[in-house]
Write a protein of this length. Structure first.
Length: 228
């Protein structure tokens, strides 16, 4: 579509009213950043390959999931992989959120704001904190065979962690407040430096299998209302 004809006004009204769900991909973390920014998928795959000092026997461009799988199970372990991701995406150099995250945090709203991101970084969380606006972060319960898709992990607006049954999660619950926005991090988050429980990051081939099994193929639909 020609941007001269793009309905910016209408999209702006939908965002204000809560009529659409912004989907934030990896490229969004690079917008408005001067200097270093978090790597995208191919960039992260290349970095993991270099960290293995030539131990990866395949094509360096064979994909992030495959390279991360080799990193975890052959050269290092899960803890080392998680630490690498945390140090990569939570580096002090990336403390200033990009333009997209700041724009989302600044949206004037008359309705709830729901966002989905594939990013591991916490740019959106940082932008909302800087703007003084409440945010509830949602990740899929990844590695609990008993609860599986029936539970979601929440970081509440006050920073506390909570696990809740997905069919009991109510975005309109008054305790969230009218200004609270909701962010579903579909590939998990690497913000904790040392997770006290198994992490919820989705990056290796095994992780994607676990995600499909535990989500039942509908990780978002149990607790996100229908939107345009």
């Amino acid at each position: 579509m020609n941007l001269d004809r793009f309905p910016f006004d209408q999209v702006g009204r939908w965002l204000t009213e809560g009529g659409i769900v912004p989907f934030v991909g990896a490229a969004a973390s690079h917008v408005g950043i001067i200097g270093d920014s978090p790597p995208d998928g191919p960039g992260l795959a290349a970095e993991l390959g270099e960290a293995m000092a030539g131990a990866y026997p395949g094509d360096p461009s064979s994909g992030l999931a495959k390279i991360a799988q080799f990193y975890e199970h052959t050269v290092f372990d899960r803890a080392a992989l998680y630490d690498y991701l945390h140090n990569c995406f939570e580096a002090p150099a990336f403390s200033s959120p990009g333009a997209v995250a700041c724009m989302l945090a600044a949206i004037p709203r008359t309705g709830p704001l729901f966002m989905i991101t594939t990013n591991y970084d916490s740019f959106i969380e940082r932008a909302f904190a800087r703007a003084g606006r409440h945010l509830c972060v949602i990740t899929q319960n990844m590695r609990d065979p008993e609860e599986g898709a029936s539970a979601v992990d929440l970081i509440m607006p006050d920073g506390s962690a909570k696990r809740e049954q997905s069919n009991e999660f109510e975005w309109a619950d008054p305790h969230f407040g009218t200004d609270c926005a909701f962010l579903f991090k579909m590939h998990g988050s690497v913000k904790p430096s040392a997770p006290s429980e198994p992490d919820n990051v989705i990056i290796t081939e095994d992780d994607y299998v676990d995600f499909l099994v535990n989500s039942g193929g509908s990780a978002v639909s149990p607790y996100f209302p229908q939107r345009r």
